[in-house]
Design a protein around this ligand. Structure first.
Ligand code: DC
Length: 218
């Protein structure tokens, strides 16, 4: 089974995806990691993430193990890493280069310990539209910018990143605009996606609703 979960930053995709992966024995692929890895690698080399030739060269050399290594860096999940990822993700040639790595994962899905999985839960922006257009279940998870910014702000506080709510709100809006207005694979629901607005829902409510939807279909 392949499930895709797309939507804007901090909409609750990651938590939902991991809970579904655990319940149904599926591997989890957070596709934002491929863009974060390329963006961070550029920053670490003091290269502007909007520099297409350099970004493409790094995307060409990206492997799973390199991505995991880069994910341990403190800036990988910070706003600096997120903004760099969003800039890199706006480059059509870089997206094309990183597509195969994401699609190949569904051919032989496995967990981190090498054990075979029953399928994959993809989490990203274009996983239902571009990465896996034939997915069995497609979800588009969203929430208002204010609700998402508050979730991200609390996450940053927990991780010890310095920030203010207003700053996180304006960063959230900036990233929404860039992710939705880019010409290559802009953030939008697939025609056959189920849209879930989590603004007034707890993660358990969202999870239970989605499980009902899956269990009804299978
Ligand atoms: O989900 P995230 O915050 O880790 O994603 C980082 C950036 O990567 C985000 O601003 C947009 C981009 N991205 C994308 O364009 N396509 C995906 N499938 C996943 C992420």
């Amino acid at each position: 089974m392949i499930i895709t979960i797309d939507g804007p930053a901090a909409a609750g995709k990651g938590t939902l995806a991991q809970k579904l992966a655990q319940k149904y024995g599926l591997a989890y692929f957070d596709t934002g990691m491929v863009y974060r890895a390329v963006g961070l690698d550029l920053i670490l080399h003091n290269i502007n993430p909007e520099s297409e030739q350099n970004a493409l060269a790094i995307a060409r050399g990206l492997t799973f193990s390199k991505m995991i290594e880069l994910s341990k860096h403190p800036e990988f999940r910070s706003d600096i890493g997120g903004q760099a990822a969003s800039k890199v993700a706006a480059l059509a040639s870089v997206r094309a280069e990183l597509l195969k790595m994401q699609q190949d994962f569904a051919v032989n899905p496995s967990f981190a310990d090498g054990k075979k999985a029953n399928g994959v839960v993809y989490d990203g922006r274009d996983t239902g539209t571009v990465v896996c257009p034939n997915a069995d279940i497609k979800l588009f998870v969203t929430a208002t910018a204010e609700v998402r910014a508050m979730r991200r702000y609390k996450e940053y506080l927990d991780k010890g990143f310095a920030s203010s709510f207003d700053e996180v709100l304006s960063q959230t809006r900036e990233r929404d605009i860039r992710d939705s207005s880019r010409t290559s694979a802009p953030l939008k629901p697939a025609d056959d996606a189920v849209i879930i607005d989590t603004s007034d829902m707890s993660i358990d409510e969202v999870f239970n609703n989605v499980c009902q939807l899956i269990d009804k279909k299978y």
